[in-house]
Ligand binder design. Sequence first.
Ligand SMILES: Cc1cc2nc3c(=O)[nH]c(=O)nc-3n(C[C@H](O)[C@H](O)[C@H](O)COP(=O)(O)OP(=O)(O)OC[C@H]3O[C@@H](n4cnc5c(N)ncnc54)[C@H](O)[C@@H]3O)c2cc1C
Length: 525
Amino acid sequence: MAADVIVVGAGHNGLIAAALLALAGRQVEVLERNPAPGGAIATEELTLPGFRHDTFSGWHPQWLLSAAWEELRGELEARGLRYVIGDLAAATVGGDAEPVIAWRDRERTAGQLPAADREHYLEELAGFDRIAPRLGAFQESDTRSRAAFGALLALGARVRGPRGPELLGRVAGSAGDWFGGFEGDQVGRLWGPWTLHTGLGPADPGGGLRTLGLATALQEIGMPVVAGGSANLVKALAETIEARGGAVRTSVEVDRVLVEGGRCVGVAAAGERYQAGEAVVANLTPTQLYDRLLGAEDLDPALRRAVRAYRYSRRAGMQIHLALAAPPRWREPALADVPMVHVADGLEAVRRACAEAEAGLVPACPTIACGQHAAVDPSRVPTGKGLLWIQLLDLPSTPSGDAAGQVEATGAWSTELAEAVADRVVEQLGAHIEGLEQSILARSVISPADLERRNPNLVGGDIYAGATDLAQSYFSRPFPGHSGHRTPVRGLYICGASTHPGPGLNGASGRIVARQILRRRRGRG
Ligand SMILES: Cc1cc2nc3c(=O)[nH]c(=O)nc-3n(C[C@H](O)[C@H](O)[C@H](O)COP(=O)(O)OP(=O)(O)OC[C@H]3O[C@@H](n4cnc5c(N)ncnc54)[C@H](O)[C@@H]3O)c2cc1C
């Protein structure tokens, strides 16, 4: 079999690369090991018929702010893709404090803060607005490109303006450092749990700017969901590829990248050769690509050392999906329509849970991200029913004990352990949702081990396919000295969450790779 470009892995970055290349006239073939494309995007009736759960990711603010969406929007909407967005974005509830809510209206959000914090909060968001276009341009470019350096230079000029040095401080500072500048604890309560969605804990360097960026984005774009389920995005991408003569082949696990004379010429899967005339794109982790699919003879020793040093997070993720007899009855009625409610008793509780996970312990009180897709898109459930998308991001990847001393953990994620954690979460949520336990019709638990089984990019249940600390981000993602998307093997490219600009539904690395391949043909890459 032969194509111009072969894409290994049908995650959204692989599909975006393939779609953009197909639209530019390339013959593309996507090879995916799973029975369905999408990677960390899937919609399944995991619990009961009629309950459409977004199995993994389910919230698309990054995507709707991305350059790839801008480019592909017409094609995807023509294939029926539709987004639903409400006025509310997020909230945090926990302990005795009043819930703190974020609207798609920053003035309204600021209105809940103590008077002394309101202006400062709005100034912080406005400061981020000023750098957002340049930061966005950097995130959408290969770190080794002129565009990235241009964006950094322009950012540098901004940093010379008012509040510039403070913003620069945020780049290295933690989210906790940012929150520390407020008199009240509301900003930390509201946005502290969101730091976990950047792959960092509240005390980790680098979390300040990322959390501020998330807060700014969510109050602008809200929490968009795909009407009918996130898998409709995958379907529209696959149809775009197929309409241009490309193919998305499922249940094909690539086991070898073929290199001849220092150049990548294709891949092999179960003894079958797939020839690539122009390029191969790997939507994979660097550890799989370099350790498993390429031979040791194809890599120089420095790169092999860098691969060995690539780190996955010590904190793993887990998903719990609940089918409910009725929409959740929050004791705080204002939370009923909030797309994402975090349950955490303040920033200190988030910090503690992270520290417990880092130490290998199942946290006594994990931070609970409680997503309410059906509140935004009622088509996800049968009439009158409810569902919850629950995510935990502060579990140990290698559980060796329980901070609450109640469940046994012996170094690996068993079904029993995952179910016990789910019981704990349901009990803790029950303090905020009336009659939750009685309302559960069925539940599905996806442990860190299940995550890796379903997608080998999620090593050890690391939902971000590699630690996202400063030492492994930006110019060092995946490795210092190899942060670009071209690999040292000619004709072989890498994209996905393990590469710049990192995880999230942003489509950036898929778009970067497509542009590099197209430019190369024109003799510029
Ligand atoms: C549980 C979870 C929840 C998340 N929630 C959100 C969210 O709400 N919003 C958000 O913005 N981000 C979220 N994220 C992050 C985001 O979804 C991911 O960063 C992103 O989807 C990763 O995309 P990717 O292109 O790197 O590929 P992946 O999604 O990792 O897909 C890679 C594909 O490659 C396939 N593959 C691997 N090896 C081979 C092989 N040898 N041969 C063939 N195929 C292979 C895999 O099966 C997989 O389908 C979440 C992630 C997870 C896991």
